[in-house]
Design a protein around this ligand. Structure first.
Ligand code: AZF
Length: 455
């Protein structure tokens, strides 16, 4: 059986708004998610990140748990509204000091800190000024990245600019189910462009600041399969792959937007006017992070019409692609379980950028956990999902794909965006009443798997 390379990185991942709490402490100012979560009807049960897992005060305990699990690295995100509370202008030293404490605690425990600079908590004043629909937000992001990189470069092992720009753009500005809750159809691609531009400008700013730490970006990639080899279903798969994957992979790795996606969405001219930005967006990076959860089988709509301008809030090009239920097992999110899809997306990226190091920066599953009378959580479903995807990583390595690490999503149960605290992804349970942490069966499995693979 193929073994993982000795330097393969085993990690866990979290994100600031989902775990920190302390949303008004030590100078932090509101983000778009503070605003969105307070908007009636947007988040399950009216949940917010006000307290979450109280990681802001309990991070040392959480790092100690990671050390006990034997992980090599911890991927966490820096909250922009803690560091530059208004988005631009004054820097909040207390915010930088908090992340220094987190990183130094990690290093004291032999855990490498991997930082994501943007995991969706945009300072509200920037949204008020146009958010990601505005080019100025891309420029503000680059300055925030430079400030953070300059302040923490000595304690951070790796830098990820953006987490899942697809979610920020398409869920935030088209579907409207994420902050800021806009339903602007194809204008959401303008947000995608400014996110990618912000990424490129941030990479340039961090490179100029110096340092050896690798720089990259994390994309949530969708393994896409056509329901049949009919022309209509193949067209559905092309559209879904285009909007879900190539809209981001192509400019980052090929320096060009996919012409078919721009044609599908009627945005060719808008992007042509900004072609000079592509050189910045395609600034060379040291790795790609891939968040993988599921594979999607898609088919053409019954009437064969893919776009329907009469739809009030069309998600560009994809609102009429039919997702087919293949009968595969699903997680509590309703996502089908297809570990082989992880190998497919890794291979897809490798084909575009041979040799570029790849990391699975998120993979995990939500299940309705039960706490036994002994206080244990025997989450066999999550353990099985985890095992299957770790074996998919082994298969990727066996095929010679440059997979360098795996980060389990998530270390802790946490605020799952519009689902609030109703969905638990953690390998460690959080009792939100008491903030007690309990390592689940899946966490013990991950610990034992890592120890065994490390030899
Ligand atoms: O839905 C599970 C995860 N997906 N990627 C982004 C994270 O913030 C989510 O919790």
């Amino acid at each position: 059986m193929t073994t993982f390379p000795a330097d393969f990185v085993w990690g866990t991942a979290t994100a600031s708004y989902q775990i920190e709490g302390a949303v008004a402490e030590d100078g932090r100012r509101p983000s778009t998610w503070d605003t969105f979560a307070r908007t009636p009807g947007k988040v399950w049960n009216g949940d917010t990140g006000d307290v979450a897992c109280d990681h802001y005060h309990r991070f040392a305990e959480d790092v100690a748990i990671m050390a006990d699990l034997g992980v090599d690295a911890y991927r966490f995100s820096v909250a922009w509204p803690r560091v530059v509370p208004e988005g631009t202008g004054a820097v909040n030293q207390a915010g930088l000091d908090f992340y220094r404490r987190v990183a130094e605690t990690c290093l004291e425990h032999g855990v490498q800190p991997y930082v994501t600079l943007y995991h969706w908590d945009l300072p509200q004043p920037l949204e008020d000024a146009g958010g990601w629909l505005s080019r100025s937000t891309a420029e503000a992001f680059a300055e925030y990245a430079r400030i953070t990189h300059e302040a923490l470069g000595d304690v951070i092992g790796s830098w990820i600019t953006l987490n899942e720009p697809w979610c920020s753009a398409l869920l935030g500005y088209a579907a409207g189910v994420h902050a800021p809750g806009q339903q602007l159809g194809t204008r959401s691609l303008e947000a995608a462009h400014h996110l990618l531009l912000g990424h490129g400008l941030a990479v340039q700013a961090m490179r100029a600041d110096g340092g050896e730490a690798p720089l990259g970006i994390t994309l949530n990639l969708h393994a896409v399969r056509a329901a049949s080899d009919s022309e209509a279903d193949l067209e559905a798969a092309r559209r879904y792959d285009g909007l879900g994957n190539r809209l981001f992979l192509d400019p980052l790795l090929r320096g060009a937007y996919p012409e078919d996606v721009l044609a599908d969405t009627g945005t060719t001219e808008w992007f042509a006017e900004r072609s000079d930005d592509l050189a910045t967006i395609a600034e060379p990076i040291d790795f790609i992070g891939i968040n993988y959860y599921s594979a999607h089988t898609v088919a053409a709509p019954e009437d064969g019409r893919f776009s329907d301008p009469s739809l009030p809030t069309p998600t560009p090009g994809s609102e009429r692609v039919v997702t087919v239920d293949t009968g595969a097992e699903k997680t509590q999110m309703g996502w089908e379980i297809h570990p082989d899809g992880l190998v497919d997306v890794l291979a897809q990226v490798h084909a575009l950028a041979p040799g570029l190091p790849l990391y699975v920066t998120e993979n995990g599953s939500a299940w309705p956990d039960e706490v036994g009378p002994d206080g244990r959580v025997e989450d066999e479903d999550r353990r099985r999902y985890l095992e299957a995807h770790l074996e998919a990583c082994r298969e990727a390595v066996a095929r010679g794909l440059p997979l360098k690490g795996y980060f389990c999503w998530s270390l802790l149960d946490n605020f799952e965006w519009a689902f609030g605290y109703d969905r638990r992804f953690g390998i460690v349970r959080v009792d939100y009443e008491t903030q007690q942490r309990t390592v689940k069966r899946s966490g013990e499995f991950y610990r034992d798997f890592v120890a065994r693979e490390r030899g």
